[in-house]
Design a protein around this ligand. Sequence first.
Ligand SMILES: C[S@@+](CC[C@H](N)C(=O)[O-])C[C@H]1O[C@@H](n2cnc3c(N)ncnc32)[C@H](O)[C@@H]1O
Length: 309
Amino acid sequence: MPSLLSRTIEATQALLFPWVFLALSASCLPGTILRLIREGRFATLFYPRALRDAWFTDFWGRIAGPGIRRDAAVRVIPLLQGRVDGGRVVERQVSRGIGGTVIEVGVGSGMWVDVYREVADISSEGESEVRRRNVGKGGDDGNASKGVITRVYGVEPNEGHHAALQKNIAKAGLEDVYRIVPVGIEDLDNPEKWDGKVEKGSVDCIVSILCLCSIPDPEKNIRELYSYLKKGGRWYAYEHVRVEYSWYMKAYQRYLNLFWPHFIGGCTLCRQTEKTIREAGSWEDINIGQPPDEFWYKTVPHRLGIFTK
Ligand SMILES: C[S@@+](CC[C@H](N)C(=O)[O-])C[C@H]1O[C@@H](n2cnc3c(N)ncnc32)[C@H](O)[C@@H]1O
């Protein structure tokens, strides 16, 4: 049992951490400005949205993303393997793992691309030959139920991430399988914005990892995403959400949110993303919750789980 002192220190650190995160992001801005000047991209400096994207690319790609990737792997990998129950990571598989046609929303620089390999691995017997079979081969409907990933659409509107994303796709050997969709999800169905098409009702899995906080008009766009899932399709979500448990933490999170979106690429803290996905349409099964190791002082609480259509 941790002592009162150690719990107080832990809570204080957790309450202060978001400010450290903002300061780290702020410290990135001068470097981004210098980079844009070096690259001769002067117009970007005077276009707030473009500057914000360039800044966020540097902050997420170099500073925040790798640390979050390392710490969140213990949740995200089991999630994609179907090993989460009520927000808790479990040993046994309680839902189907990802397979078939996948849309990953807001992929950033592709921190999680390599996980498709790992997940395919567990869906099989773990042999490298089987692993190779499990990503990218086939194309019929039966493959999805065998955990074979046939196509991944990585939706990412911030072009600043694309070079790193392409590198991560190549590193994972997924060039044949992975397609970058260079628009926001609001334009997924817009032929004027990109030259591909994803049919509604054709997608086996949607993956959203820490991104629905950043999309515009979440109710409308999450409903839109829902329409891409086929019957029986799954939505794997690891998202941070609005604090629900005490008035002072709610007030603290709201206060923090006055600054947060400006420093963290438009990310919003106070969204009820679980509720929004729940209400996007009818679901056959919902298995989601808050990870049990997140205590009252967590300013950025998460939801981890799977919705089955
Ligand atoms: C916090 S980052 C997370 C990136 C990635 N999922 C990860 O875990 O490393 C949020 C991402 O959502 C993307 N995003 C913003 N607006 C979006 C939109 N309308 N549609 C899809 N993605 C969007 C951002 O460009 C950014 O890369």
